[in-house]
Design a binder for this molecule. Structure first.
Ligand code: KG4
Ligand code: ZN
Length: 341
């Protein structure tokens, strides 16, 4: 069974084809980063219009490259995300479903991230713990099986990706800040700046990152004219504080749940320092670590096609209404249900 995945929740237009027996057949991604960079962040209206321009040409290109005339199911990101951007993907999915007469299913973007390590050869076995770190979410999730998710902890303020982006802006780096800050931090001296590790002194598994951003602002203001080395040292201190905080919360969750496997996904999961430190912790504790390849940490349609394939039994026959949910908690999901069509 062939599933076409469509992802338009933010600033990446992406499509993918996933075959339930052969796996991922192909994927395409168009990033709007260059367009949003001059505004220093995503402009929602521009994002929607660009998705509209790019989505059908990308789909045609993918179908031609994979020699496929039409899929058996269409899966689109229904939420959470920017509502206008989501509506473009939802409307195109509904229209293609009607034209091809194939069923359509709306997928939860974070479930896509959560299960994305299953696209890799060393897929984790259930149950596992998951650390989801993206631009909008910082979540620790107990995953029993597909659709059985329990939220163990989350950020009470900024998401970790948001903290990377805002801190990068403070350091004069261009959008999107996460990868740029990570590159700058490579040249930084470890230990010159030791920023707070928020909420480690409190019990529980929630996170807070807004104070860290303020600590960076204070450090920048103390310098008259920060040079390249100062900025790199600050970036290094910030990245170390984030990695240390995430690592210690993961360790705490592993101890509490007696977990044998940890999945790390979402855009910040592409961060090389975070990957290395979590791998080291996994080795020390005898816990297996699973990451998607870096290009599947950030937004992509392979993860949407994959979840669509797992949930194909819930797909609705055409005509379907385009549905978008800007906010949608992961723990509202249920296990996949039996086929409707
Ligand atoms: O998952 P994602 O692509 O989109 C959302 O669902 O939000 O995550 C985007 C976030 C951005 O905040 C971006 O700065 C961050 O992931 N990011 C990184 C890296 N690559 C992307 N943060 C730190 N290091 C990276 N290498
Ligand atoms: Zn995402």
């Amino acid at each position: 069974m062939l599933t076409l995945g469509i992802e338009t929740s933010c600033d990446e237009t992406a499509v993918a084809l996933y075959d339930s027996s052969r796996g991922l057949l192909g994927h395409r991604l168009y990033s709007q980063v260059a367009m949003h960079a001059e505004y220093g962040g995503v402009v929602p209206e521009l994002a929607s219009r660009d998705h509209l321009r790019k989505l059908l040409p990308l789909t045609r290109e993918l179908l031609a490259a994979t020699d496929c005339s039409r899929p058996d199911v269409i899966a689109y990101t229904q939420g959470p995300g920017l509502v206008g951007a989501l509506l473009v993907g939802a409307s195109v999915a509904a229209g293609l479903g009607m034209g091809w007469q194939v069923p359509v299913i709306g997928v939860h973007h974070m479930e896509g991230h959560l299960l994305s390590p299953m696209l890799e050869p060393d897929a984790p076995d259930f149950p596992f713990l998951a650390l989801l770190v993206s631009g909008g979410h910082t979540l620790l999730v107990d995953v029993q099986s597909v659709g059985r998710y329990r939220l163990l902890g989350q950020s009470i303020d900024d998401a970790v990706g948001e903290a990377f982006d805002k801190t990068a802006k403070l350091l004069g780096l261009s959008y999107p800040g996460g990868p740029a800050l990570a590159r700058l931090a490579e040249h930084g001296v470890s230990g010159r700046y030791i920023f707070p590790r928020p909420m480690l002194d409190r019990p529980g598994l929630d996170f807070s990152f807004s104070g860290l951003k303020t600590a960076v602002l204070t450090a920048v203001r103390k310098l008259d004219a920060p040079d390249e080395q100062d900025r790199a040292d600050i970036a290094r201190g910030f990245e170390e504080a984030v990695c240390d905080t995430l690592l210690r919360k993961c360790e705490r969750a592993i101890d509490q749940r007696g977990a044998a496997a940890l999945v790390v996904a979402g855009g910040v999961g592409a961060n090389a320092r975070l990957r290395a430190e979590l791998k080291g912790m996994g080795q020390r504790k005898g816990v297996s670590l699973h990451f998607p390849r870096p290009e599947f940490c950030t937004d992509n349609a392979a993860m949407i096609a994959h979840v669509g394939s797992l949930r194909a039994g819930e797909a609705q026959p055409p005509p379907v209404a385009a549905q978008a949910r800007a906010r949608w908690s992961l723990d509202e999901l249920a296990p996949p249900s039996v086929p409707r069509c």
